[in-house]
Design a protein around this ligand. Structure first.
Ligand SMILES: Cc1cc2nc3c(=O)[nH]c(=O)nc-3n(C[C@H](O)[C@H](O)[C@H](O)COP(=O)(O)O)c2cc1C
Length: 197
């Protein structure tokens, strides 16, 4: 799969097959994050990869958004919950010395896309999650005080096939009566400006 194919194929996935995600697959995703662009090459992010069935439920309890909707609203049935997580950490000690939070947030976005595209190329699906209880997840995962959680990424083998389609009146994501998620994307002509605004 080439990069553009992975970009087009990638959709946020909230329903996963009941199949373990091997550590080596997750490590490849982190290796892709490792070489992402970072402001002044400061590389302030670190990562926790989780695929231990004993640890997964605790993290799931403390994430939110569509990833936790009831099944009839496009959320996972109990056995469709994420089978792995990548927790993106911000090393605050290094950030105070060498960085700025607005730059770190861009770093996280770029690293996350590398992670998710590498996951797609390996047959996985992901969802970036900003709705999470940071204090609880930090406690469960024994994350030290000098780290913030920048992003939680759910990972697993997709058990749904959301479709991206051209936005008409609204960009609101919706789920049809077959449980398929529809993701309206603004069309190229509406977002591109040529040479000047
Ligand atoms: C910064 C950011 C935060 C997000 N937070 C959540 C979240 O907390 N829960 C969730 O279910 N999805 C979350 N998403 C996924 C978006 O809902 C999703 O990207 C959007 O609906 C477009 O769908 P697509 O990723 O399939 O293109 C987040 C995405 C981004 C970029």
């Amino acid at each position: 799969m080439n990069v553009n194919e992975a970009i087009i194929k990638r959709r946020s996935i909230r329903r996963f097959k009941n199949k373990e995600v091997p550590y080596i697959v997750l490590e490849k995703c982190i290796d892709a994050a490792r070489v992402a662009p970072t402001g002044r090459n400061q590389q302030l992010c670190e990562y926790i990869v989780i695929n231990d069935a004993k640890v997964l439920p605790g993290v799931f309890e403390h994430i939110g958004g569509s990833a936790k909707m009831p099944p009839d609203k496009g959320g996972p049935k109990p056995d469709q919950s994420p089978k792995a997580y990548i927790i993106v950490l911000i090393n605050k000690t290094r950030e105070e010395q060498f960085g700025r939070r607005n730059v770190t947030l861009v770093d996280i976005g770029l690293a996350a896309e590398n992670i998710m595209l590498t996951a797609v190329a390996q047959g996985l699906g992901c969802c970036p999650i900003l709705m999470f209880n940071e204090a609880e997840i930090k406690m469960i995962l024994e994350i030290p005080d000098n780290y913030d959680i920048g992003l939680v990424i759910t990972v697993g083998y997709p058990d749904e096939s959301p479709v991206a389609e051209e936005a008409k009146d609204s960009v609101n994501v919706w789920v049809d009566d077959k449980g398929v998620r529809h993701v309206p994307k603004r069309k190229l002509a509406d977002i591109i400006h040529h040479d000047k605004f």
